[in-house]
Design a protein around this ligand. Structure first.
Ligand SMILES: Cc1ncc(COP(=O)(O)O)c(C=O)c1O
Length: 383
């Protein structure tokens, strides 16, 4: 992918730190045994690789017990496990209009078994008023499920205030950190987060096929799958302890080895330095875009109020067409359309047109931002 300007980090980060590629190859070549099954040296070594990943992620989200972390395939699997595993017939869930379908679809699917929901409307800029969350809580509310930052506008949600509401009302709090983990602090204890879903392949810089679900002690979540865990083989029932309860089948050891190195990279570099770099790129981009009359920028524009995700349109042009031109003519990778968040697009008024989304990562540069701005100016002048 030479000379590509990759601005689709909200979908999956690219490239990864060198250490991630090396760890995946090393694990595949030398440590490729099945962890937690056999007792030979290779299996023990593979188990160590996985435990180290749990420890690194625990450091990142500031929890004491690495065993409260279950590995999943992606954030979607983590969110489905949390939502479907927690909610039962008669329960109510509060969520927002800025959520990804990975939150909204499992919630909607649960209507079939008698789970009801309130979708709190966010502002046209994607902002969430925490008071509306509190107002939506009922006697039978079991869960508040909120994204930490929108994948369309990047708008950062007030998770600390919602955490206080969750604690006060005794409702379980699920945070979807798909667009923030790795760049923003997601302190689970400080924010009263009891369930946390994270993709391994976005801000954590691991490979695709990795994700994380944190479950606080005392929160009862039924597993989605049963099967081989390598533990309690004598038992026909699924183990009830973490993380085995949620980790059926041979794990993605190679992916988790890469994810571990991605998280190590973040811990060494410092989350605040990564955030600072990504935010400065987004700020630079927005300041230059604001000078182009035909460009409409969605969401909050102020630095610190949004993650490094910027959605735009050029006049009434089809977002897919603009994204296609950026890719084909300028080698700039973006994502167009509805980004799996239809209600978010209804909220910001772009359900028909979609948006062109530019999402910055740790390896993007200001020089790339300049090139993208030049490309947008050129496209705009030719319309
Ligand atoms: C806010 C949000 N939640 C959930 C997801 C789903 O993540 P994954 O692709 O890891 O399943 C995404 C992916 O784009 C997202 O942006």
């Amino acid at each position: 992918m030479d000379d590509i300007i990759y601005l689709d980090n909200a979908a999956t980060s690219f490239p990864k730190p060198e250490e991630v590629y090396l760890a995946i190859e090393k694990t595949m070549r030398t440590q490729g045994s099945n962890p937690g099954r056999s007792g030979h040296k290779g299996a023990i070594e593979a188990g160590r690789v996985i435990f180290e990943a749990r420890e690194n992620i625990s450091k990142l989200i500031e929890i004491e017990d690495p065993l409260r972390i279950a590995f999943t395939m992606n954030a979607t699997e983590a969110l489905n496990t949390a939502i479907k595993g927690l909610l039962k017939k008669g329960d109510h869930v509060v969520t927002t209009s800025m959520e990804h379908n990975s939150v909204l679809r499992p919630i909607k699917a649960l209507e079939n078994i008698g789970v009801s929901s309130t979708i709190v409307q966010c502002s046209e800029r994607g902002e969430l008023d925490p008071k509306k969350i509190e107002k939506a809580v009922r006697k039978n509310t079991k869960l508040i499920a909120v994204t930490h930052a929108s994948n369309i506008t990047g708008t950062i949600m007030p998770i600390n205030e919602i955490g206080v509401i969750a604690k006060k009302t005794g409702v379980c709090f699920l945070v979807d950190a798909a667009q923030t983990a790795g760049s923003y602090d997601v302190k689970v204890n400080e924010n009263n987060i009891e369930l946390l879903a994270i993709p391994g392949h976005k801000g954590l810089l691991g490979p695709q096929g990795t994700g994380v679900l944190y479950i606080a002690e005392g929160v009862e979540v039924t597993q989605l799958k049963e099967g081989g865990t390598g533990s309690r083989s004598e038992d026909l029932l699924q183990p009830t302890f973490m993380p085995d309860k949620y980790e059926s089948g041979t794990p993605n050891t190679l992916g988790i080895a890469g994810l571990s190195k991605g998280v190590e990279y973040i811990l060494n570099k410092g989350i605040e330095n990564i955030r600072d770099h990504e935010e400065s790129l987004a700020e630079h981009f927005i300041l230059e875009l604001e000078k182009i009359e035909e460009v409409k920028i969605y969401g909050l524009r102020k630095r610190g109020k949004h993650a490094a995700v910027v959605s735009i349109n050029i006049g009434d042009e089809d977002s897919a067409e603009i994204s296609y031109i950026l890719d084909k003519v300028y080698n700039i990778a973006t994502r167009a359309g509805l980004h799996c968040a239809p209600l978010a697009h209804k909220t910001i008024g772009t359900f028909e047109q979609g948006t062109v989304r530019f999402s910055f990562g740790i390896f993007n540069t200001h020089e790339e931002v300049e090139r993208v701005i030049r490309a947008i100016k050129e496209i705009t002048s030719q319309l």
